[in-house]
Write a protein that binds this ligand. Structure first.
Ligand SMILES: Cc1cc2nc3c(=O)[nH]c(=O)nc-3n(C[C@H](O)[C@H](O)[C@H](O)COP(=O)(O)O)c2cc1C
Length: 328
């Protein structure tokens, strides 16, 4: 397994991502994932509203943007899988190269820019799934959508996916779609929250809705948005998306590293956001994500008030074995 991961690292990141996940799908279809990647899950289930999470570990948004790998990822033991970010129309994302790996530091910088096959494709894939665990769907807006059109994009995705979503994550925090993070400002998030609230009532959607936050905003901004989340009776926050700060990353400066940093160097920053969110509202559900690659970092999120934890970067570097390590 270690050798396979090392060999994959020799390839450009997006090609190795493609090969790794398609190999996983292939193994799943041959019923081999249980044999090759056994795990023991002694976790207590976690209940929230009408949902039962068989354990607290999930896969974060972005790894399976289009819902192509739900069953095979699910077979590895995750209690929940978040697919997306999905946008109404398919889009290519930013020019390559747009993913940079720092294996020695357990970090990744990406500026993918919501490359995805569009919401209709995702819905088709979701309908075909066998995975019976919790499925979260992360929604966003197309790159060229501005103002009311941007809000309409979220609403369109919401309406199309809500019949199939155990929860919906509203992504306002990707650093790679121009101006998206301006949705942390009250004048921008209020119309979005109103529109989503209206759509939720119209669609009679009663499952949870979470807002995915940036770790790069200050406490004042976060406290205003938390108050609005409560007012609109959304259910919680996902803390956090990637950071644009590269202070914690050692690199030569040869590359343009515009984009979001994830993995180990994000742990502290994402934990700070979690702490702020928990101190402002201990009742909101928190999904902690950022830099989890060990039992200690996993537990640090729970200790700071998270009820659920997600991973992305450590899954890239450690493969399916990480599930076993974190659920132990
Ligand atoms: C290559 C890559 C793509 C990502 N794409 C998305 C995305 O589409 N939507 C989203 O909400 N977060 C996305 N993320 C952020 C992750 O979901 C997660 O919040 C972040 O990576 C921190 O977790 P980690 O340190 O375990 O990787 C992406 C992260 C990476 C590394």
């Amino acid at each position: 397994m270690k050798l396979a991961l090392l060999l994959l690292r020799l390839l450009p990141p997006e090609i190795s991502h493609f090969i790794a996940l398609n190999t996983l799908n292939f193994l799943y279809k041959l019923n081999l994932t249980d044999i090759l990647f056994p795990y023991e899950d002694t976790s207590e289930p976690f209940n929230f509203k009408s949902l039962t999470f068989k354990n607290r570990l999930g896969i974060a948004a972005g790894l399976d943007k289009n819902g192509d790998f739900i069953d095979s990822l699910g077979s590895l033991g995750f209690g929940f899988i978040e697919v997306g970010t999905i946008t109404p129309l398919a889009q290519q994302g930013n020019p390559k190269p747009r993913i940079f790996r720092f294996p020695g530091q357990g970090a990744i910088v990406n500026r993918l820019g919501f490359n995805n096959k569009g919401v209709d494709y995702l819905v088709k894939k979701i309908k075909l799934r066998n995975f019976s665990g919790i499925l979260g769907i992360n929604i966003g807006a197309n790159k060229t959508s501005e103002g009311q059109k941007r809000i309409n994009d979220y609403v369109e995705c919401f309406k199309k996916v809500c019949p199939y979503a155990d929860y919906i994550a509203v992504n306002i925090s990707s650093p790679n779609t121009p101006n998206l993070r301006s949705l942390h400002q009250e004048e921008n998030f209020l119309p979005l929250f109103e529109a989503l609230n209206f759509a939720r009532n119209e669609m009679k959607y009663h499952n949870p809705m979470f807002i995915k936050l940036s770790p790069d905003e200050d406490e004042k901004v976060i406290s205003v948005i938390l108050a609005a989340i409560k007012k609109f009776e959304f259910d919680g926050v996902i803390a956090s998306n990637t950071t644009v700060t590269k202070d914690n990353l050692r690199y030569s400066g040869r590359h343009n590293l515009d984009g979001g940093l994830s993995g180990k160097p994000l742990l502290k920053k994402s934990n700070e956001l979690l702490k702020i969110a928990h101190s402002h509202d201990s009742h909101l559900l928190k999904i902690g994500v950022g830099g989890v690659d060990s039992k200690e970092s996993f537990d640090s999120k729970l200790d700071l008030g998270a009820s659920l934890v997600q991973i992305y970067t450590s899954f890239i570097y450690h493969g399916p074995q990480i599930v076993k390590k974190l659920l132990r």
